[in-house]
Write a protein that binds this ligand. Structure first.
Ligand SMILES: Cc1cc2nc3c(=O)[nH]c(=O)nc-3n(C[C@H](O)[C@H](O)[C@H](O)COP(=O)(O)O)c2cc1C
Length: 344
């Protein structure tokens, strides 16, 4: 248990349009990671809101199977779909489809640095085309009753920090919240997220601002909120292999006390629950392949809890096993080894 200096800013309730989540800690959209199985688990474990992987707007609007699966939200209390694209008409149509299928909020991706997305001039490429970015937001806002939000980086590079201007213009055309990852596109995931720089966004808008980037311990959330002045925080990689992490951050912000990490046995049970969810979502063959990286992350998280590195062979066995049964058996063996060495 670690004691906080103060629970501070997140005592203010977060409201996004008419949507009032139980707390202001969001699970970040992560392509290939935050599918429905993961989002359900993180929500059950206390994340205030969870956001889908980015979904290509044109594909969703034209009923592509993969896009539909990525936008799936059945069983979630509040479902947020993140759309990517650069064509206002497709964005508007995809937003209608998402809301028609149950999304309570539609988020627009203006931060993805991946070449594939930027090459199609979506994601963070929009940070270089603010007029188009604003038209996209406007078209989406006009298309649906549900609140529309925007997730952005600080700018394309350090010479073009546009997040404050984009956020203000987004608010002007009806966006109900902005999330800012405190890096530029040029940084990809290098260096450190600049939480102070997010304060310049907060100063320009009256809609909620969510701070994102490099939050990996519940205790640091206070500093992130203090530096950014933000109304909430979003966690991405810190939740990989730790679906309980957003909930732990929320507990810390509410009480000033970080909950203890789940025991390794409890982590095992959560990993199995997640694994079953993945098999259910994708079917066994694709599910087994998809789950491999998660098993690796769960082992890394358990190793951190145990204070011992996970044995490379044991991890490799869990991550390459060909079937669900052999993968879970290898995973359990790797965890038992960790527990055994931690106790020795
Ligand atoms: C594997 C991976 C996939 C991501 N996919 C998306 C995405 O689909 N949409 C998006 O807006 N951001 C995406 N991001 C960025 C995260 O949402 C987040 O902004 C970034 O990881 C910084 O937060 P963190 O330091 O807490 O991870 C992705 C990040 C990672 C690591």
């Amino acid at each position: 248990m670690s004691k906080a200096s103060s629970p501070s800013a997140a005592a203010r309730p977060l409201v996004i349009g008419g949507v009032a989540p139980p707390n202001a800690v969001l699970l970040a959209p992560m392509s290939g990671v935050t599918d429905l199985a993961f989002r359900r688990l993180a929500a059950r474990l206390g994340a205030g809101l969870v956001v889908s992987e980015m979904v290509a707007s044109r594909e969703l609007a034209t009923a592509d199977d993969e896009a539909r699966l990525r936008a799936e939200g059945v069983g979630l209390e509040t479902h947020i779909v993140q759309l990517a694209g650069r064509d206002p008409a497709w964005m508007a149509e995809a937003a209608r489809v998402a809301v028609g299928a149950g999304a309570a909020v539609v988020d627009i991706n203006m931060g993805c640095p991946a070449k594939k997305v930027v090459g199609g001039h979506g994601g963070s490429a929009l940070l270089k085309e603010l007029d188009l970015a604003v038209r996209l937001i406007e078209a989406t806002v006009e298309a649906v009753e549900a609140p529309v939000t925007v997730k952005m980086r600080l700018g394309w590079d350090e010479r073009s920090i546009v997040a404050p201007e984009l956020a203000a213009r987004a608010e002007g055309v009806g966006a109900r919240m902005v999330t800012v990852h405190g890096r530029t596109r040029a940084q990809f995931y290098e260096g450190r997220a600049d939480w102070d720089a997010i304060a310049a966004v907060k100063a320009r808008v009256s809609i909620p601002v969510i701070a994102n980037g490099d939050l990996v311990s519940p205790g640091a959330a206070t500093a992130m909120l203090a530096a950014s002045g933000a109304d909430g925080v979003m966690v991405g990689r810190g939740a990989q292999g730790k679906a309980w992490f957003p909930g732990a951050v929320a507990r810390f912000l509410a009480t000033g006390v970080a909950p203890a990490e789940p025991s390794i046995e409890a982590q095992r049970a959560l990993a199995h629950e997640h694994y079953d969810g993945l098999l259910g979502l994708y079917g066994r063959d694709v599910g087994v392949r998809h789950a491999r990286k998660h098993l690796g992350w769960y082992l890394d998280a358990a190793a951190a809890t145990a204070g011992r590195p996970v044995l490379a062979d044991a991890k490799g066995a869990a991550m390459t096993a060909p079937t669900a049964e052999t993968a879970l058996a290898a995973f359990d063996r790797a965890l038992s080894e960790l527990e055994w060495r931690a106790a020795a």
